[in-house]
Design a protein around this ligand. Structure first.
Ligand code: ARG
Length: 580
């Protein structure tokens, strides 16, 4: 339900009727105090200045046109210039009734439906995922779930780093150390591969012959040599099988079929370079091929070049991304493409988009968005790293979360069976890490703090998961079964009305996520919803209400709260618990 939108449209229509079209967009916000109603129009003074009509007179004119709508119970003016809107309880109750029987909480599929490519997670091969990949993976997944819920055609694109010169080094190293057999038997772990990767890189720096050999293997791999191809394929599968375990653990929806790595665009690269040269977008300079763009200048005002092919004929990250963008538009028919990578890749993407537009690989109006995110910091506000200054592996972080959750649960429930303890600590631990991240505005850095994320107070996943289980237990205790209640909800107390409006706000939140890709909006919403439920429950008894009619109505309100919490957590990829 888009209550704010309805009010806004009503006021806009009133302004048209008065003859004040296009003057100023009404700004509707939830009221802070109950005497100011449920919503207020916040910019009446501004409208008044523009239209040169006194605020109260303008209010009266607007009031005349909207007073008869059945959504409003009362509309008042408050000094110096606010319109206070009280929503009618009956109207609210009817709207809640619609949600009651809807599996989609009354939210329609959007029209027109779009094809949206979401580029997220995108780890690199031969390396374990680190905490930087956590943000892209889980934020991207929330948006994918949101867009799918709204009925869009969503294409998950896991743009893994599975191509490049590093594979030459790795192949050379594996051959040197006679590790091919082990690889064939599939008994090499990702951890080992990562050490080989580091060692091969070091060896390349000091050993010229090894470096030359590595180069030869790159060429062989690019030319489709069977043996090199086999080794490469194995390296990719070992890394990705490991990552799929992590996705599963994280309750992230990425599967094998969503992998569209850099190697996919390999065959497109030579013709792209050729085409860009022919179109005079790229030029050759000292053996490399470079694109100069007017809009990108360095500090001294000189045009910055984007290299798309190096002297040794190797292609670059940017070349692949140009091909990838072309493919997403031409082959996947994307209407909108969203990239979830950290803010440091911003310029890279801007350049890729600009080149692709200039070359007419994509139209100018294709919606391209880089949804950036900041870094995870430790309590001392420095980048969150291991004691010896290395990046933290994602598995290490998740194991720690599960361990901390287990210690906490053990303290609270010492008699829990081992099986239940494991299940519960997995869900609570992983949810806490995910929620702590998702609840922060993705655009800024945030402080990663174990202590706050695992408490049952405040905007945390344990708090919201617990709120859900509490409602479920109330519903279970009741002798009245929810689906047998035929009476409508009756809203009398303020806390009931506030809760009802909050429940109906869910659609607005989903639509913000669709547009902006900001999961923290959903977290804040669920936190408020859970808090409003608490206030309602403290003020209004449910099972012990004096009248059966009231009990039934409140049970329905509780049920709808639980249903909304469940859907919201599902959108966030956070598992619910029936008991805690
Ligand atoms: N693999 C890259 C990294 O780990 C992220 C790729 C993002 N997607 C893209 N199309 N460039 O930083």
């Amino acid at each position: 339900m888009k209550i704010k939108y309805i009010i806004k449209k009503d006021i806009e229509q009133a302004l048209i009727n008065i003859g004040l079209k296009n003057y100023c967009e009404p700004l509707i916000i939830p009221s802070k105090k109950k005497e100011f109603g449920n919503y207020q129009v916040n910019n009446l003074i501004k409208m008044s200045t523009i239209t040169k009509i006194q605020p109260y007179d303008l209010f009266e004119k607007i009031f005349f046109f909207i007073k008869t709508q059945n959504i409003y119970k009362k509309i008042t003016f408050s000094y110096p210039g606010f319109i206070n809107i009280f929503i009618d309880q009956n109207w609210l109750s009817n709207k809640l009734e619609e949600l009651f029987f809807s599996s989609r909480l009354g939210i329609n599929y959007v029209y027109p439906k779009k094809t949206i490519v979401v580029d997220y997670s995108s780890p690199n091969i031969a390396k374990e995922m680190h905490i930087g990949h956590l943000r892209s993976t889980i934020i991207g997944d929330v948006i994918v779930r949101t867009l799918e819920f709204l009925g869009h055609n969503v294409i998950r694109a896991n743009h893994i780093g599975d191509w490049g010169t590093q594979f030459g080094m790795l192949i050379a190293y594996l051959k040197h150390k006679k590790l091919e057999k082990k690889l064939k038997k599939n008994i090499i772990s990702l951890k080992e591969i990562e050490t080989f990767y580091c060692k091969s890189k070091k060896k390349c720096d000091v050993d010229k012959t090894f470096e030359n050999e590595s180069r030869k293997y790159v060429v062989k791999l690019q030319n489709g040599d069977d043996n090199c191809f086999f080794i490469w394929k194995r390296l990719v599968s070992i890394t990705m099988n490991y990552n799929y375990h992590i996705y599963k653990k994280l309750n992230v929806t990425l599967k094998k079929e969503h992998t569209m790595g850099e190697s996919l665009y390999n065959t497109m690269l030579p013709s792209i370079v050729k085409d860009l040269k022919e179109k005079k977008i790229a030029i050759e300079k000292n053996g490399s091929t470079i694109v100069f763009l007017d809009e990108f200048k360095n500090r001294s005002g000189k045009h910055m070049g984007v290299i798309i092919q190096k002297q040794d004929k190797a292609f670059l990250y940017a070349t692949t991304d140009i091909a990838c963008l072309k493919y997403r538009y031409e082959t996947l028919h994307a209407d909108r493409i969203i990239y979830y990578t950290d803010s440091r890749q911003s310029q890279h993407l801007q350049q890729v988009w600009a080149i692709s537009k200039k070359a007419k690989y994509i139209p100018h109006n294709l919606s391209l968005e880089h949804h950036t995110f900041g870094m995870m910091l430790s309590k001392n506000k420095r980048p969150f790293k291991t004691r010896d200054g290395n990046t933290i592996k994602l598995t290490v972080l998740l194991e720690e979360a599960i361990k901390r959750a287990r210690d906490l649960i053990k303290k609270k429930k010492p008699n829990l069976s081992q099986k239940k303890l494991i299940k519960l600590s997995n869900i609570i631990g992983i949810s806490a890490v995910k929620y702590a991240d998702l609840s922060k505005n993705r655009n800024t850095n945030y402080i990663f703090d174990w202590d706050t994320m695992l408490t049952f107070e405040g905007n945390t996943s344990p708090y919201i998961q617990y709120a859900y289980t509490r409602i479920i237990s109330i519903l279970k205790k009741s002798t009245i079964k929810i689906h047998q209640i035929s009476e409508k909800i009756v809203l009398t107390k303020d806390t009931e009305i506030r809760l009802a409006i909050k429940i109906l706000e869910f659609e607005e939140i989903i639509l913000i996520l669709e547009k902006k890709g900001t999961p923290h909006i959903m977290c804040n919403y669920l936190y408020q919803l859970a808090t409003y439920f608490s206030n309602f429950y403290e003020n209004c008894s449910i099972l012990f209400s004096k009248k059966i009619k009231t009990c039934k109505s409140r049970l329905k309100l509780a049920f709808l709260t639980a249903k909304t919490l469940k859907k919201g957590l599902n959108i966030l990829g956070i598992k619910i618990l029936k008991k805690m």
